[in-house]
Design a protein around this ligand. Structure first.
Ligand code: PEP
Ligand code: MN
Length: 331
C-alpha cells in the first residue's frame, strides 16, 4: 500500500508517520509517500489527517506499478533520453574490456555508427573461477579514456560490493547483472545514488521477484531504474537461455520503468542475435543491449554470442524499417 501524504506535510512529520506505520518513506513526484507491504491496510489514526490519497496493490509491485504512476520514467544520459515513447536506445559493446586496443577499436567503431552508450564489463561474474574474470579497475580506467576521447557514455557491471563504490563513481549507468539481482547490498547501495541503474532479470527469477528487486532501488529514493530482460532458464538446452517476450509484454503492461532487452545473453549464439533484436524492437521496447566485439572468435568471455562489426552494421540497417513500423527512432 502507498499512502501519499498531503503536499504541506513536513519532512519531520512524514518521518514520524513512517516510523509509526512501519513503512518506508519515499519522496517522489514532489510528495512524501509511505510504502508498506501490499496487504496491509491499517494506519495510525494520526496519519489520517495527512493523507492525500491511497494506492492499494495485490502484490508488492508498488512504486514500479502503473497503478501508482501511469507515465513511464524518463532517464537522461548525456544528450539522450531513455523512456521516450518514440525512441529505442541501442547500447552496444563487448562483453568485457580486454585491452586498450580492443576497447578503443570497439569505441571508435560504435561511435562511427551513432552509438552513444558503450557497454563493457570489468568485473565479470563468471561461472568458473578459471575463466577470464575481467580487468577490474584497470578496465574502468580504459573505459574512462575512451569516454573522454569519443564522447561516449558507458555502462559497466557491479558484480559484488568490493568494487561497488568505484563503479558507482565512474560509470554513467550502473549494471546489476542477472547473478546479482538478489544482492541486497548492491541494490541498497544503488538505491541511494542519483545515477541510472540497469537491472537485469535473474535467469531463475519470476517477473514478480524481478520487479521486487527494482522496488529495493526505487524505495531507497533512486527513480532511475531500467529493467532488462536477458533470458531465463527453461528446459531448453539448444539455446543458452530463453528470451521471455511474454515477460516483456507483462512489464510493458504493468510497470512504469523503461524496458531493455538483451538478445545476446538470451540466445548465447551470434546467429540468433539479429532475429531476437528485431522481435524485441517490434514489441516497442525502450532499448537493446547488444554484445559486439571486433573479433568475437577470440573474445575472452562470451565468444559464441558476440557479433562482429560487419554483422552489427547489417543489424542496424535491418532494425531501422522495423523501428519505423512501430514509430520508434533507433538512437
Ligand atoms: C553481461 O552483460 O556481460 C552479463 C554478465 O550479463 P548477465 O548478467 O545478463 O549474465
Ligand atoms: Mn557477456
Amino acid at each position: 500500500m502507498i499512502i501519499r501524504l498531503k503536499k504541506n506535510t513536513s519532512s519531520s512529520k512524514a518521518e514520524e508517520l513512517s516510523n509509526h506505520n512501519r513503512s518506508i518513506l519515499v519522496f517522489t513526484n514532489d510528495q512524501f509517500h509511505l510504502v508498506s507491504s501490499g496487504n496491509q491496510s491499517k494506519y495510525t489514526a494520526e496519519t489520517e489527517d495527512f493523507i492525500d490519497s491511497i494506492f492499494q496493490f495485490e502484490d508488492d509491485i508498488q512504486l514500479a506499478s502503473k497503478k501508482f504512476r501511469k507515465e513511464k520514467s524518463k532517464i537522461t544520459i548525456g544528450d539522450i533520453s531513455i523512456g521516450d515513447s518514440d525512441k529505442t536506445v541501442l547500447i552496444a559493446g563487448p562483453c568485457s574490456v580486454e585491452s586498450k586496443e580492443q576497447i578503443e577499436e570497439s569505441a571508435s567503431f560504435l561511435k562511427s555508427k551513432g552509438i552513444k552508450i558503450l557497454r563493457a564489463g570489468c568485473f565479470k561474474p563468471r561461472t568458473s573461477p578459471y575463466s577470464f574474470q575481467g580487468l577490474g579497475s584497470k578496465g574502468i580506467e580504459l573505459l574512462e579514456e575512451v569516454r573522454l576521447k569519443h564522447g561516449l557514455s558507458f555502462i559497466t557491471e557491479i558484480k559484488d560490493s568490493s568494487h561497488a563504490d568505484l563503479v558507482i563513481e565512474k560509470a554513467d549507468i550502473i549494471q546489476i547483472g542477472a547473478k546479482a539481482m538478489y544482492d541486497h547490498s548492491i541494490l541498497k547501495k544503488c538505491s541511494k545514488i542519483n545515477k541510472p541503474v540497469l537491472l537485469k532479470r535473474g535467469f531463475g527469477s519470476t517477473l514478480q521477484e524481478f520487479v521486487q528487486s527494482a522496488e529495493f532501488i526505487l524505495s531507497g529514493g533512486n527513480e532511475k531504474v531500467i529493467l532488462c530482460e536477458r533470458g531465463i532458464r527453461t528446459f531448453e538446452t539448444k539455446t543458452r537461455f530463453t528470451l521471455d517476450l511474454c515477460g516483456v509484454a507483462y512489464l510493458k503492461e504493468y510497470c512504469n520503468l523503461p524496458i531493455f532487452v538483451d538478445p545476446s545473453h538470451a540466445m548465447g549464439y551470434r546467429y540468433g542475435v539479429a532475429d531476437l533484436s528485431k522481435a524485441a524492437l517490434a514489441m516497442g521496447i525502450d532499448g537493446l543491449l547488444i554484445e559486439v566485439h571486433p573479433q568475437p572468435e577470440i573474445a575472452l568471455s562470451d565468444a559464441a554470442q558476440q557479433i562482429n562489426h560487419t554483422s552489427f552494421n547489417e543489424l542496424l540497417q535491418t532494425l531501422k524499417p522495423i523501428g519505423k513500423a512501430v514509430n520508434r527512432e533507433i538512437i
